[in-house]
Each structure stands twice: as C-alpha cells, then as structure tokens.
Design a protein around this ligand. Structure first.
Ligand SMILES: [Zn+2]
Length: 357
C-alpha cells in the first residue's frame, strides 16, 4: 500500500508532467493511480502465467515457505523435468511481452486517432514497463526467470541437475555483485534511493542463488541415499489394545514422541498421534483403546528401505504426512520423519560433507 502511494506520487509529480506537459494536476494524479493499478495487474498477470503452467504440470506453486523452512521446503517443489521448468519459467516473461505489445499497440491506435494524451501516456508507460519487466526477468541469473530457463536448458542438455543449478546460480551471484556495485556507485554519486534499491535487489539475488545451489546439492545427496540409511531402525511401537490414557502417559511423555506405529505381532495396523487423542473426551481416555483412534495404514504412509530419500521427501510433501513407516516384505523395518532428513543434511554441513559432482 505504502509502495503503491509512493509509486503513484512519483508518477504524478515527476514522470507524467515530463511525458505530457500542460495537463491539470488532478489529471496527473488520475494517470498516476491508473498506472499504479496497471503495474499491479501486470505483475499479477506475470505471476499467474507462471502458476498456470506450473499447475498444468502438477507442480505446487513456489511460495513464501522458501524463507521460513529454508532449503528443503523450496527444493521439494522444484520441477521434476527440464522441459516443465523451461515452460514454467518462460511463461512469465512471455506474458509480460504480450501485455507490453498490447499496450504499445493500443498507444499507437489511440495516438493515431488523436485520443486523449493522458490515456496514451499511461498506455505508453505501461507498455514500456511490461517490456522492462520481461527483459529484466529474462537476464540469465538464477533465480530470475531467465536463470531458470538457463538451468532448464543446461539440465536438459547434460541431464545433471546439480551442475546446471550451480552454473545458473553462479550467474545469479555475479549479477547480484554487479547490482550491488552499481548501487554503491549510485549512492556515492548522490542517488541514494535508486542506489539502495539496486543494492538490496543485488543482495537478495545473491542470497537466493546461494540457497538454490545448496538446495540442489541437498537434492542430489538425498537422491543417492536409501531410506534404510537414514531411518530410525528401532522405532517404539504401540499395541492396538493400549488405552489412550496409557498411550499418553507411558509412551508420549516417556519417549517424547507424538507419533507411533501401531503393531500387532510385527504387522503394522496403522499410526497414532497425540492429535487424534485430543479429539476424544479426556474422561474416556482410560476406556478407549487406540485402535479406535488410530489412522489405518495406507499407501501414503509406507516406504521401503530401498526408496531413495528424495522420493520419500516428495511423498511427505505430496501427502502432508511428515512421518512414514518403513516396511519390507510386510515387516516393520523402521520409521522416517522429515526431521531425520533435515538432521542428516545439517550433519552434512557440520562435517563438511563434500559433494562429488
Ligand atoms: Zn517471473
């Protein structure tokens, strides 16, 4: 909102009086407001094009999770095939180019017909803006759209996701440094606001490029690790006849876990967690066996020890189940939580694990 007012003000007091002199002040303000709304819609249109293509290929939309959960949350929503990523990344700039062409076309038509200068100026401005938006995003610096296109192309060419990400992220890093340097130069030369903006965008790009590089490394590592190597091989299980009361007191408080597989004679019947107990009236806890509240085992809960850890992580993301039961030939071999995978990755970092390309 504040940014919107700022942009409107800049346009109304500076840009439009320069483009079309001699109009009343209120007209400049209306032009500023119209252009700011147009700018907002342009950005929404650009982003929507990305997400439409993403949805077409069944990819969840990348989101704010990037900053909250760090690498893994973002990584799991990366496209599975180079072609998907290429089309998804190219959709945004393509949409902006189309908008730009439409605005410039309308500008020429209305201008030829001696239309109101206020309208033509706004159309001209929005046409240029969408063109710049498309061009800036096409710079091959990851994570900008152009950087994603570059990565997808390299990835498709050599089939090496990690290598492709490193090259594209390297370009992102260099472009970030260039922006930071330009920003500092501008600040020294007295353009403080413009300089700060460039500086911050450069910082952001460098950070995002480095994060993506780490994510790709994590993805490559997880793909090579079988679940059997990271799972907890001695999980505590509970019997289906156990009362909720005993489950809470003897298992949840005792073992400090909220989730347990329910087994009888080595057969996994389902899983139970504290959340399911909460749904039952407390007074009933001593009488109700957990078989009544457990979630029966489904396909979504199961992986084998041979499943690769990245596939297991994808399964967690797809199903929303952050803990899985590891079963081999009908036998419980262990349990795997998203926590185990994160712990493994942070251990890697701590031990200075080197990625073998
Ligand atoms: Zn984009």
């Amino acid at each position: 909102m504040l940014l919107g007012i700022l942009i409107t003000w800049t346009l109304a007091s500076g840009v439009f009086p320069g483009l079309t002199p001699g109009l009343p002040n209120t007209t400049y303000w209306l032009m500023g407001i119209a252009s700011t709304i147009g700018l907002l819609l342009s950005i929404v249109f650009h982003e929507m094009s990305h997400s439409l293509v993403a949805r077409h290929y069944g990819l969840p939309i990348r989101g704010i999770t990037l900053f909250i959960f760090g690498g893994v949350a973002e990584m799991t929503s990366e496209p599975a095939r180079p072609r998907d990523e290429l089309l998804m990344a190219a959709a945004g700039p393509a949409a902006s180019f189309v908008l730009s062409a439409l605005c410039v076309g309308a500008f020429l038509l209305i201008g030829d017909a001696d239309g109101p200068p206020a309208v033509t100026a706004v159309l001209w401005y929005l046409g240029m803006l969408n063109g710049i938006l498309a061009l800036f995003n096409l710079i091959p610096a990851f994570p900008l759209d152009g950087g994603r296109v570059l990565r997808a192309a390299l990835w498709g060419w050599r089939g090496d996701y990690l290598w492709a990400t490193r090259i594209a992220a390297g370009a992102g890093n260099i472009f970030g440094i260039v922006l930071i340097a330009l920003g500092l130069l501008e600040i020294v030369q007295g353009d403080f606001v413009g300089g700060i903006w460039r500086f911050l965008i450069g910082m952001f790009l460098r950070g995002a490029a480095a994060a993506s590089s780490n994510e790709a490394a994590a993805r490559a590592r997880l793909t090579r690790i079988p679940v059997g190597q990271v799972m907890n091989p001695n999980p505590q299980t509970v019997s289906p006849e156990l009362s909720i009361e005993d489950f809470i007191n003897d298992y949840v408080y005792h073992h400090h876990h909220r989730w347990f597989p329910v087994t009888r004679d080595g057969d996994v019947l389902g899983t139970v967690e504290t959340r399911q107990a909460v749904a039952i009236d407390r007074a009933q806890w001593p009488m109700v066996p957990i078989v009544r509240i457990m979630r029966p085992l489904s396909h979504d809960d199961v992986v084998t020890p041979e499943t690769d850890a990245f596939a297991a992580l994808e399964q967690m993301r797809r199903t929303g189940h952050s803990r899985l039961v590891v079963i081999q030939q009908g036998w419980l071999r262990g349990i795997l939580s998203s926590r185990d995978l994160l712990d493994m990755l942070s251990l890697d970092r701590e031990l200075g694990h080197r990625q073998a390309g």
